[in-house]
Write a protein that binds this ligand. Structure first.
Ligand SMILES: Nc1nc2c(c(=O)[nH]1)N[C@H]1C(S)=C(S)[C@@H](COP(=O)(O)OP(=O)(O)OC[C@H]3O[C@@H](n4cnc5c(N)ncnc54)[C@H](O)[C@@H]3O)O[C@H]1N2
Ligand code: MOO
Length: 425
């Protein structure tokens, strides 16, 4: 009798238990933008205030408020010079004096407001020309047009939390605060291995009975998109020795995670199952061969090879991708150090209905319509659960995951959807 099938949720938990966040390393800010964002290993704290000094919000004249009548009457001040944007704050502003100041330039000591040039007798500054006016007439404004030191960020403010991605906007805040480096989790190295004697590498001629290895390209691209470095090995023929040698190569190259595709079901040549056979090989540990109650993607296995976590997914291309989205991505998210690795489902309404297999969670490629609703790319017919229909993936934006007890999804129903680009899983 076949053993009971486990749920997607349970298999995700097993996968997350197999991996641990990678160690932290120091990274200069420029390294953070060299590829997909790494994950902060500790809270990133502002080194300095932002802005670091009081500065002008406008091109205009720095003045002393005490010189400007509260009534709003214009007053004529002596222009003593100019503070460009990249200057020090210059000499103290004396009574009756004004100084030309450009946006972002430090306010001189003594000044407490800026009057925009277009509100003064000068009218406008001419780019490249230095000050030729000796006086300026201006009046008190409703706003000071001064950006105060620390009004954006006080030193010590947490700008990015441990477990969050150092995204473009976080990196900008860190740089503005004068931080030089942060601690981030090391980028995962993921080895991808396709198995099957029928496979030839993409671009190579095929003999009768051969097919092109599409899985290793798909899985490598998907793993790369998660912020991993990828080592693509194989395709490996259906020989336990060949697979063991390739697994050793992956572990020797420092893989943090090995993903194999194919050879995991009940076929005579199912080479992954052969290598996983309990007690056969001291380098293989923590073997967990499971049927997950989903369609497609049922046959799954987890193990360690020389201690390196190994996720074995089925070879049918859609089954392989579905397994990547549901199981490999959360594993990579945890390796990367993301605070909440798991499945980031969205809830979407369907534009049309379909049927779902009884007693199985259905995982169906769907496209997202301009309305935000989803519809299946193609409802599988004939050969099984659609695991072989690779082109349905190419036209899809995500995967709908239908609960095991639902046999009919009606138009307008709400379904869980895992978008292909979902950050955590
Ligand atoms: N007697 C049984 N047969 C099968 C079972 C079962 O329980 N009992 N499960 C079926 C299900 S469900 C799936 S899914 C597949 C999974 O099989 P494997 O993981 O062992 O995958 P393979 O047999 O190696 O390949 C399946 C299919 O996919 C093609 N393939 C494999 N690798 C690639 C690749 N890199 N690129 C493109 N296509 C690939 C392969 O040629 C096969 O057509 O098993 C069912 N059978
Ligand atoms: O589980 Mo298989 O993945 O149905 O095609």
């Amino acid at each position: 009798m076949a053993p009971a099938l486990r749920s997607i949720t349970e298999h995700v938990e097993r996968v997350l238990a197999l991996v641990a966040p990678l160690p932290a390393v120091a990274a200069g800010l420029a390294e953070l933008v060299d590829g997909p964002p790494p994950v902060l290993a500790e809270d990133a704290v502002a080194a300095d205030a932002v802005p670091p000094f009081d500065n002008s919000a406008m091109d205009g004249y720095a003045v002393r408020l005490a010189d400007l009548p509260l009534s709003g009457e214009p007053v004529t001040l002596r222009v003593t010079g100019e503070i460009p944007a990249a200057a020090g704050s210059g000499a103290r502003l004396g009574p009756g004096e004004a100084v030309r100041i450009m946006t972002g330039a430090p306010l001189p000591p003594g000044a407490d407001a800026v009057v925009p040039v277009e509100r003064t007798s000068t009218g406008r500054f001419v780019a490249g020309a230095s000050a030729d006016e000796t006086t300026v007439t201006l009046a008190r404004q409703a706003r000071l047009h001064v950006r105060r030191r620390g009004e954006d960020v006080e030193p010590g403010t947490v700008l990015g939390h441990a477990g969050a991605e150092a995204t473009a906007t976080v990196v900008a805040a860190l740089a503005a605060s004068g931080l030089a480096a942060v601690r981030v989790h090391r980028r995962p190295r993921v080895a991808v291995i396709a198995t099957g004697s029928e496979l030839v590498p993409a671009g190579m001629p095929r003999r009768p009975g051969q097919i092109t290895d599409s899985n290793s390209l798909m899985l490598a691209a998907a793993a790369r998109a998660t912020g991993s470095d990828v080592l693509r090995l194989g395709p490996v023929p259906d020989s336990a020795d060949a697979l063991r040698a390739t697994l050793d190569q992956a572990a020797g190259a420092g893989a943090d995670l090995i993903v194999t595709a194919g050879g995991v079901s009940a076929g005579a040549a199912d080479v992954v199952r052969e290598v996983l056979a309990l007690g056969q090989d001291a380098a293989v540990s923590d073997v967990d061969v499971a049927g997950v109650g989903m369609q497609p993607g049922r046959p799954q296995a987890l193990a360690r090879l020389r201690g390196v976590p190994w996720i074995a997914v089925p070879g049918n291309p859609v089954s392989a991708y579905v397994s990547f989205a549901l199981f490999v991505r959360p594993a990579i998210a945890r390796l990367r150090g993301l605070a909440v690795p798991g499945l980031a489902f969205e809830h979407r309404r369907t534009a049309s209905g379909w049927t779902s297999p009884p007693g199985r969670e259905q995982v169906l490629p769907v496209r997202v319509l301009p309305t935000g609703e989803v519809e299946p790319v193609l409802v599988a017919s004939g050969g099984g659960g659609g695991g072989h229909l690779v082109s349905t993936l190419a036209g899809s934006d995500g995967l709908a995951v239908v609960a095991a007890d639902v046999e009919k999804v009606g138009p307008g129903d709400v379904v869980r959807v895992l978008l292909h680009g979902a950050p955590r899983g």
